[in-house]
Design a binder for this molecule. Structure first.
Ligand SMILES: Nc1nc2c(c(=O)[nH]1)N[C@H]1C(S)=C(S)[C@@H](COP(=O)(O)OP(=O)(O)OC[C@H]3O[C@@H](n4cnc5c(=O)[nH]c(N)nc54)[C@H](O)[C@@H]3O)O[C@H]1N2
Ligand SMILES: Nc1nc2c(c(=O)[nH]1)N[C@H]1C(S)=C(S)[C@@H](COP(=O)(O)OP(=O)(O)OC[C@H]3O[C@@H](n4cnc5c(=O)[nH]c(N)nc54)[C@H](O)[C@@H]3O)O[C@H]1N2
Ligand code: SF4
Ligand SMILES: [Mo]
Length: 909
């Protein structure tokens, strides 16, 4: 059997493909096209694909750094069963036998699959078919439950199908873009940049609705720092305003929708006046009025929403409250106007298309008798499941209770990313069989697995993904598979074959799987009316064969046989409901799942940072990306901090009813008092106690089952330590006895190294013992002021710097940026002293914290250039290069210019 490994442009002499392979970025749902040109040593040069409609050649910081993630040193290269490396045959036999035994003893419902929006559509399709069609377990869910489920449910309620009406070009055609619960500057950077260009060129307005100030706020005309969880009040108020001020599209409402009057009446009850909206949302009346009047007076409005909407206990209602306003004004499916859900993962959309969610079957079919019958016949699968399976949070509860005994995890890291992550980790320990298909050799989830299966990683993967605008793009392989890694679909197909389902899983290539998927999408799907048709239809792509599949250009669905692909949907109605009308949906009253209390006075909001992807298994490998933010942190308003005795750079222990984490304190006036924010990227692999999802409660949206990751009641307190410090070293060092640590890769000039940020709680007398146990051999030079708590040691070998340890009683340590550059060149005796000073004698070369990771430009250099006369991001770019590659840092450069100018004006006065 074909192992699905490689079929690309023919290799040149020397064994590598010299021309660029067109593929797709494996990170966010923007789905940027990438040109990857492999080198002869297993790496590749990465560039944006100018021909891809999503990005037209641009890549953000994460995409640009993909080349840093291709090395094999952290890859899982062989199958491992019960801790021992083994062959594929043994591992696959083992998985099949154990699944069979568990199924025989406890029934098919004791087996579950937990999948990921990072799998390719073809992998996803096979997983779903195997579980729901042949093993007979309905318990197939995915990390998209944590991500897109509320949008899916909202779309289905309003449109009758999970179909996004808009396309990316609308972001440039709009006159008003509203970002709701989206930090697009960091999370969908290329779309954010497209918006910013249009804003600059056409004067388009941008409104940002987010409880905290983010990098996204920098490029917005109006920032609404909404009280968490009250978005639907704002949107109910907007609906009332639109109705009262004559902004409705009566014709659209009467011809293409139903339920308007009742929903308007309920919106009036929920949000009778602007004043009441302002009171409920914590916004100024004038800001609310400005937003409403902009929305009402603009004919081209695009509303983009992301996790601030989806990840809440009323996420589905929030989605529908937004869609209601678009339906009421007829601003849907038109150039420059409509609702546009930003998807998270590269294939969040593809997973939905194949039915990866527990409450869907396949190709947009559900569990009605007729749909089940249709899928059963198509798959020839008599054992097809009868009803919906458990959604993610409930699935892990069933594991905890011992009802689910076998779990196969693919492409996700639930021990880090699910709410109540400590409880999830405990649940995983209870399983009789935990199979994990992974790219890397260690994650918090993989560490608990009985069976570890090495899967193709990006660069090896071969298949398709669908982005936020319904555009299907190819991920094409450009590297040989690492070790004995195999395609996820191949692994499952081999298990299926061993279970006796060979006929249904005889695929020998992803093209064959895609073909079956495309055929199913068109199967009995030819009705003229959308009332009797399914939205997802790519039957026009059936029969394209291996060659057509390899050459497939990015294309938006639907692609029906005989008609052109649709850029936009629903401009003239045609919704996928029984009467082809869209539904207005009334929302329940706004509330957080658990209110704050005296015991838990803060609302803990969690999310992402610019240069890390989720649990850092890949972005964490890039020293460049690690320069931006190096440690887990909590953002807190300075007044809250001072009340609690927390200072900038000290450590705080955040606690909730579910767990605790110790992270660095960052004071931020962009955070409202009473609210705190922490990113969820860190795990037990790279931090002592930075697993932020262990804090998050398990409250879910009752409609979508999506957890409310943005609002857990919490408290926090200072962590007392005697020393703060960092350790820079060429190889990773994890000394014993630290009160806190967080490790990241770092660039030591041109060479890679490691940074360990740490804190100790120990008396000074024991310090030299600790240092001796910690630091590598070599020539040590030391600076010590025990009274002040200062210890600085540099270790040299052959006049090359080997390691640097700085400890201080104060959290105010020198930045590591300059020190890291000192590992590159030999160091004379005078130089050694300077190293212990932690900064250059002349001051000239000190970058300060890195802002632009592409060109490694630090804040000090940007400040100096600003003082030297650069007043715009463009001028900074011309002078320093900063911001001119991926552009991800432009919001921060803008902020730095503003703050430097303000400081210089203040100094002049
Ligand atoms: N750099 C980077 N980019 C990524 C990812 C990554 O890990 N790193 N992951 C990708 C994935 S899978 C996803 S799902 C997306 C997520 O992309 P986003 O949704 O943009 O990112 P988040 O940081 O999760 O949350 C967005 C914002 O919601 C706000 N918010 C919290 N509560 C509320 C509320 O009640 N109302 C409103 N209006 N806003 C609220 C938060 O303050 C936060 O700034 O990013 C994708 N892109
Ligand atoms: N507190 C909090 N928690 C959250 C969120 C939040 O905002 N706050 N956001 C949620 C959201 S929106 C998301 S999407 C999730 C993401 O959370 P996860 O999906 O758990 O995070 P990743 O680190 O992307 O995990 C993907 C894993 O799959 C591996 N992998 C990558 N590609 C492949 C492949 O092709 N095959 C296989 N077999 N393995 C592969 C990677 O090495 C990695 O270990 O986190 C959720 N959790
Ligand atoms: S915006 Fe960045 S992370 Fe998202 S697909 Fe494009 S390059 Fe990748
Ligand atoms: Mo996501």
């Amino acid at each position: 059997m074909d192992d699905g490994s490689l079929s690309v442009a023919s290799p040149e002499p020397g064994g590598h493909v010299a021309r660029p392979v067109r593929t797709t970025c494996p990170y966010c749902g923007v789905g940027c096209g990438v040109l990857a040109t492999p080198d002869s040593s297993g790496g590749a040069t990465i560039k944006g694909d100018p021909a891809h409609p999503a990005n037209a050649g641009r890549l953000c910081s994460k995409g640009s750094a993909l080349g840093d993630t291709l090395a094999l040193d952290t890859r899982l290269l062989e199958p491992v069963v019960d801790g021992a490396r083994t062959t594929w045959n043994t591992a696959l036999d083992h998985v099949a036998q154990r699944l069979e035994a568990i199924r025989a003893a406890h029934g098919p419902g004791s087996i579950a699959f937990y999948l990921s929006g990072q799998l390719l559509t073809e992998d996803y399709y096979v997983a779903n078919k195997l579980a729901k069609g042949f093993l007979g377990t309905p318990h197939v869910d995915t990390n998209s439950r944590l991500c897109m489920a509320s949008s899916v449910a909202g779309h289905k309620r309003a449109f009758g199908a999970d179909a996004v009406p808009q396309c990316y070009d609308d972001l440039e055609l709009a006159d008003l873009v509203v970002l709701v619960g989206s930090n697009a500057a960091w999370c969908h950077p290329i779309l954010y940049q497209r918006i910013q260009v249009a804003r600059g060129e056409r004067g388009m307005r941008v409104v940002n609705i987010d409880p905290r100030q983010t990098a996204t706020s920098e490029g917005c005309d109006l920032n609404l720092a909404i009280r968490p969880g009250t978005d639907q009040v704002l949107y109910n108020g907007l609906l009332v305003w639109l109705a009262d001020r004559g902004h409705l599209d009566h014709e659209f409402v009467s011809r293409h929708t139903s339920g308007f009057d009742a929903v308007l009446a309920s919106a009036r009850e929920a949000a009778p006046s602007v004043r009441q909206v302002a009171a409920a949302t914590g916004l100024d009346v004038s800001d609310v009025e400005l937003f409403f009047s902009w929305f009402g007076s603009t004919r081209r409005v695009v509303s983009c929403y992301s996790q601030g909407v989806n990840q809440s206990a009323q996420g589905t209602d929030k989605v529908n409250a937004i869609i209601n306003c678009h339906l009421a004004t007829g601003m849907i499916g038109k150039p420059g106007s409509g609702p546009l859900s930003f998807t998270g993962q590269p294939n969040a959309m593809g997973g939905r298309e194949v039915g990866g969610l527990a409450n869907m079957l396949a190709a947009h079919m559900g569990f009605s008798d007729s749909e089940r019958d249709r899928v059963r016949r198509f798959w020839n699968a008599p054992a097809l499941v009868a009803s919906e399976g458990l959604k993610a949070v409930d699935m892990f509860e069933a594991i905890q209770r011992g009802e689910i005994k076998a779990l196969w995890v693919m492409g996700t890291n639930p021990a880090v990313s699910l709410p109540r992550a400590d409880r999830v980790r405990d649940a995983l320990r209870k399983l009789d069989l935990l199979v994990v298909s992974e790219n890397v050799m260690a994650t918090d989830t993989l560490d608990l697995a009985h069976v570890r299966l090495p899967a193709h990683a990006w660069g090896e993967k071969d298949g398709t993904v669908t982005n936020s605008e319904r555009r299907i793009s190819r991920q094409r392989p450009f590297l040989e598979a690492a070790g004995s890694a195999r395609a996820d679909w191949w692994i499952m197909g081999e298990v299926a074959r061993r279970l006796g389902f060979g006929t249904a899983f005889s695929f020998t290539s992803p093209a064959e799987i895609f073909d079956e998927h495309a055929r199913l999408s068109g199967f009995e799907n030819t009705a003229a009316s959308p009332a009797d048709r399914r939205a997802f239809d790519i039957s026009g792509l059936t029969g394209i064969g291996g060659g057509g599949y390899d050459a497939l250009e990015p294309v938006q669905w639907p692609v029906r046989t005989g008609s052109a692909p649709a850029e936009r949907l629903f401009a003239d109605g045609g919704f996928f409901t029984p009467d082809t009308r869209a539904r207005f949906i009334a929302t329940s009253p706004a509330r957080l799942a658990s209110p704050v209390s005296e015991q838990w006075p803060f609302v803990l909001n969690t999310g992402r940072i610019r240069d890390q992807w989720h649990t850092m298994t890949r972005t964490g490998l890039s020293p460049r990306l690690s320069t931006h933010i190096q440690e887990p942190f909590v953002e807190i308003h300075p007044e809250d901090a001072s009340r609690l005795g927390l200072e900038q750079g000290t450590l705080a222990r955040i606690e909730t009813a579910h767990g605790a984490a110790t992270v660095r304190v960052l004071l931020s006036r962009g955070q409202k008092p009473g609210n705190i924010f922490a990113p969820f990227h860190w795990s037990a692999q790279n931090s002592s106690s930075g697993r932020v999802s262990s804090l998050v409660h398990g409250a879910i949206d009752p409609v979508s089952g999506q957890p409310e990751a943005k609002a857990t009641p919490a408290r926090l307190a200072p962590v007392a330590v005697t020393h703060y410090g960092f350790l820079l070293s060429r190889t990773p060092l994890r000394p014993e006895g630290m009160a806190y640590w967080a490790e990241c890769r770092a660039l030591f000039g041109a060479t890679p190294g490691f940074t360990l940020h740490l804190a100790l709680d120990t008396d000074a007398a024991r310090m030299s013992d600790w240092q001796r146990a910690t630091l590598p051999d070599g020539d040590w030079i030391t600076l010590e002021d025990a009274g002040a708590g200062t210890f600085r040691t540099a270790v040299f070998r052959d006049s090359q710097l080997e390691a640097v340890l700085f400890l201080s009683a104060s959290p105010k340590l020198p930045a590591t940026d300059w020190l890291r550059t000192q590992f590159d060149s030999p160091c004379d005796l005078a130089g050694r002293r300077t190293i212990l000073a932690g900064k250059p004698v002349t001051g000239g070369a000190d970058e300060g914290p890195i802002v632009c990771v592409c060109y490694q430009v630090g804040s000090r250099r940007i400040e100096a250039a600003t003082l030297g006369g650069c007043a715009t991001t463009k001028e900074i770019g011309t002078k320093l290069g900063a911001g001119t590659n991926c552009g991800s840092c432009l919001p921060e450069i803008k902020r730095l210019i503003a703050s430097t100018m303000a400081a210089s004006r203040a100094a002049a006065e």
